[in-house]
Structure formats: structure tokens, C-alpha cells
Design a protein around this ligand. Structure first.
Ligand SMILES: *[C@@H]1O[C@H](CO)[C@@H](O)[C@H](O)[C@H]1NC(C)=O
Ligand SMILES: *[C@@H]1O[C@H](CO)[C@@H](O)[C@H](O)[C@H]1NC(C)=O
Ligand SMILES: *[C@@H]1O[C@H](CO)[C@@H](O)[C@H](O)[C@H]1NC(C)=O
Ligand SMILES: *[C@@H]1O[C@H](CO)[C@@H](O)[C@H](O)[C@H]1NC(C)=O
Ligand SMILES: *[C@@H]1O[C@H](CO)[C@@H](O)[C@H](O)[C@H]1NC(C)=O
Ligand SMILES: *[C@@H]1O[C@H](CO)[C@@H](O)[C@H](O)[C@H]1NC(C)=O
Length: 347
């Protein structure tokens, strides 16, 4: 392409620009990245010169291609249109394109300016990863996203459901254990569904025993002592009876999860009654609580005791049997004495 023609087109365009708004039309075209963009300019009857420009660089003059860009072509088979095709459209193609035509018998050119927008789905490219920290530390969450239009970035605590921040950087000063959870960053620009990513904030703290449950059981019954604790990292549970660590022999079983320990006695014997201490510990500390496994009357005596309030009299031999099996238990003794007193009153 000779310099002369280039200069010619340039001059035509310059003239057109100075000719006033009547001859400059403007049009918006929006496509998504990767799609085809077609800019359609209606052919003026008998126009002598035509050109397509990308900003100020020439893409085509007439049917002759100036641009080295392979993605650019003229749409074929469109008699009434001088149409530019960009396939696939890329983000850097966004900008102004102009179609210029010189109508017959006029000096100036008629120009249509196309504002091409190339939309890009949101993409999160830099985000804070999982954090494990201690209470009172300052935590900051960062989430950077690209996209066109510029995405709106939002942080939200989703597990457990919590606060939402409409910004990409969030400061959590002096975090407490209640701040722990799963946080999600989402970037939204309306081109596709929002981009989302999650991170987990873990706050470490020493154990706190939140609940202990003693139990009462008769000989031969099943008993469960329960100890619940919260801690991060999750606590280890140990059980003591007086100064001795409880071993899971002698008919004792242990069932422990991250937050709970069950000391189970499938078949309570006299040796099992006592004061048990549950200790929850992690690297940051320990917490302890005590609970009692105490003896209660056997089920059969319970039933009889209920019955005896209605039918006075018989049942003394049953009390006697209870006495013989519980003879070494103080609690049982107490119970028997109680029933005996009741029996006296009944008489
Ligand atoms: C093109 O878009 C701009 C904003 O992006 C708007 O101001 C203008 O009115 C639009 N023009 C046409 C012809 O739609
Ligand atoms: C338009 O020009 C811009 C900037 O010079 C360039 O990055 C882009 O690839 C061009 N696009 C086309 C379709 O020519
Ligand atoms: C993310 O942003 C942080 C803070 O600006 C920077 O230090 C880090 O290098 C970035 N990471 C990546 C993968 O770009
Ligand atoms: C947290 O930030 C506050 C003020 O912004 C500062 O006084 C404090 O020392 C910080 N704490 C830590 C653990 O960095
Ligand atoms: C419970 O223990 C006693 C004494 O050791 C035994 O006689 C009894 O059979 C046991 N009961 C069960 C259900 O295992
Ligand atoms: C059980 O033992 C703990 C620790 O040894 C003690 O503090 C608590 O008073 C005891 N409880 C009972 C009911 O004896």
C-alpha cells in the first residue's frame, strides 16, 4: 500500500471529523471475550472510498487489508454492508473503530464510530489462603479480581453464616474464637455467574469443658459419663479416677470425638462407683471437670418402691435381697435404711 493512499484516507478522515456532528454517527457494540464481533456499516450508494480504522490505525481501505492481525476480516456476501469481523474478540480489542465512506459528489467523508466493549468474566487471581492464628491477633483478608466491567468484590462469612463486606480487603482486628469459620470471596460483574473462592479462618484457643454429666446406675446396669469440651486444635481427653488414669479394661470403654468423650460402663460393678475427672488438653492448655458415678437402686427395687406406696406390706424380702447384694455399698445401705423407715411408717 503506497504512502499516498494512506495519506488520502487520513485526510478524508480529518476532514470528516471537522465537519460537525451531522456526519459522525456513534454506535455501541458489546461482545464477550472469545466471541465474534461484527461491526456493520451500511454502504452508501456510489461511495468512492471506504476504510475501517482501529483507533487511528488503518485496518482496511476498500477491500484491501492493511492490518497484520489475523483475527480481522471483512464480512463477505453482504452487499449493503461494509462490515468488519473480529474473531475471536480479545480484551485488548476494546476501543473505538471507525468506518469512513466518501459519498459521491461531496468533499467530506461520512463516519460511523463504533465503541466496542469486550466483556470478560470475573476471575479471582489473588486471595488470602487458609489462616490459623491465635485469639487477639489482627487478620486481614484480601481478594483481587479482574474482569470487564470491573467486578464488584464481596467478602462474606458463610459457615457459620455471618457478616458481609462489600469490599476486597477486610481487616478483622483482634479476632476471637467466634470469628472462626469459612469465608467466601465473590467477584461479580454480570458477564457470567460470579467467581467464588473460599478460605478457612481457624482461631486457636485452650480447652474449655462445656459440659459434664455424672450418672447413677445400679449394679449390672449400663452407665455413661459424658464430658464435652471445646478447643482449637481439638482437645485430647483423658480420664482420672482419684490420682489414677482410667484404663479401658475392667469393663470400661471409652468413646471420644473431637469435642466429646464418653466413659462407658456396660456392666457396672461395685469397683466402678467413684469420682471421675475428665481432662481436656491441647497445646495451649488444659481444662478439667469432675463427675460422679453413683449407685442407684436396681430397677426391680425401684419398681417395688413405687408399688409399695400403693400396696403396703409385702416387699420387705425384696428390700432384704437388695441389702444382700448391695451390702458393701454405702449408697445402697442408705437406700435400704430409707425404705426401712418408710416401712415402719406404713405399719
Ligand atoms: C454508548 O455507551 C455509552 C456508555 O458506555 C453511552 O453513554 C452512550 O449513550 C452509548 N451510545 C449509544 C449510541 O448507545
Ligand atoms: C486494535 O488496537 C489495539 C491497540 O493498538 C490492539 O491491541 C488490538 O489488537 C487492535 N484490535 C484489532 C481487532 O485490530
Ligand atoms: C497477592 O497479593 C499480595 C499482596 O499485595 C502479594 O504480596 C502477593 O505476592 C500476591 N500473590 C500473587 C500470587 O500474586
Ligand atoms: C492489632 O492492631 C492494633 C491496632 O491496629 C495494634 O495496636 C495491635 O498491636 C495489633 N495486634 C497485633 C497482635 O499485631
Ligand atoms: C455383669 O457382671 C456380673 C459380675 O461380673 C456378671 O455376673 C454378669 O453376668 C454381667 N452381666 C452382663 C450382662 O454381662
Ligand atoms: C471429685 O474430685 C475432684 C478432684 O479431685 C474434687 O474437686 C471434687 O470435689 C470431687 N467431687 C466429689 C463429689 O467428691
Amino acid at each position: 500500500m503506497e504512502m499516498a493512499l494512506w495519506r488520502c484516507v487520513f485526510i478524508i478522515l480529518l476532514k470528516a471529523v471537522w465537519q460537525g456532528p451531522g456526519d459522525v454517527l456513534s454506535q455501541n457494540v458489546t461482545v464477550r471475550e472469545g466471541e465474534e464481533a461484527i461491526l456493520r456499516c451500511t454502504v452508501l450508494e456510489g461511495a468512492v472510498r471506504r476504510a475501517w480504522l482501529n483507533r487511528s490505525s488503518i485496518l482496511f481501505t476498500g477491500d484491501e487489508k492493511w492490518s497484520p492481525e489475523e483475527r480481522v476480516s471483512l464480512l463477505k456476501g453482504t452487499k449493503n454492508q461494509y462490515a468488519l469481523r473480529i474473531n475471536p474478540a480479545e480484551p485488548q480489542d476494546e476501543g473505538s473503530y471507525s468506518c469512513s465512506q466518501q459519498p459521491p459528489g461531496r468533499v467530506g467523508a461520512k463516519i460511523v464510530i463504533f465503541h466496542l466493549s469486550v466483556h470478560v468474566p470475573p476471575h479471582i487471581y489473588n486471595m488470602t489462603g487458609d489462616i490459623t492464628t491465635d485469639e487477639t491477633s489482627n487478620v486481614s483478608l484480601r481478594c483481587r479480581a479482574t474482569g470487564n466491567p470491573e467486578p464488584q468484590v464481596t467478602w462474606k462469612r458463610i459457615v457459620p453464616p455471618g457478616h458481609e463486606w462489600r469490599r476486597s480487603e477486610v481487616s478483622l482486628p483482634s479476632v476471637m474464637r467466634k470469628d472462626a469459620g469459612t469465608y467466601e470471596c465473590s467477584a461479580r460483574n454480570g458477564v457470567t455467574a460470579p467467581a467464588r473462592r473460599r478460605m478457612i479462618l481457624t482461631i486457636r484457643y485452650p480447652p474449655v469443658v462445656t459440659e459434664v454429666h455424672g450418672a447413677g446406675a445400679a449394679l449390672g446396669e449400663t452407665a455413661v459419663l459424658r464430658c464435652e469440651a471445646s478447643a482449637q486444635p481439638p482437645p485430647e481427653f483423658t480420664w482420672f479416677r482419684d490420682e489414677h488414669r482410667v484404663v479401658t479394661r475392667h469393663g470400661i470403654r471409652l468413646q471420644t470425638t473431637d469435642s466429646r468423650s464418653l466413659l462407658m460402663f456396660p456392666n457396672v460393678t461395685n469397683d466402678h462407683y467413684g469420682n471421675y475427672t475428665c481432662i481436656a488438653s491441647n497445646t495451649l492448655g488444659t481444662s478439667a471437670a469432675s463427675n460422679l458415678l453413683h449407685q442407684t437402686p436396681t430397677e426391680s427395687t425401684n419398681r417395688v418402691k413405687e408399688d409399695s406406696s400403693h400396696r403396703r406390706g409385702p416387699g420387705l424380702d425384696i428390700h432384704g435381697r437388695a441389702c444382700s447384694t448391695h451390702s458393701f455399698s454405702f449408697v445402697a445401705m442408705l437406700f435400704v435404711m430409707m425404705v426401712a423407715v418408710m416401712g415402719l411408717h406404713a405399719d
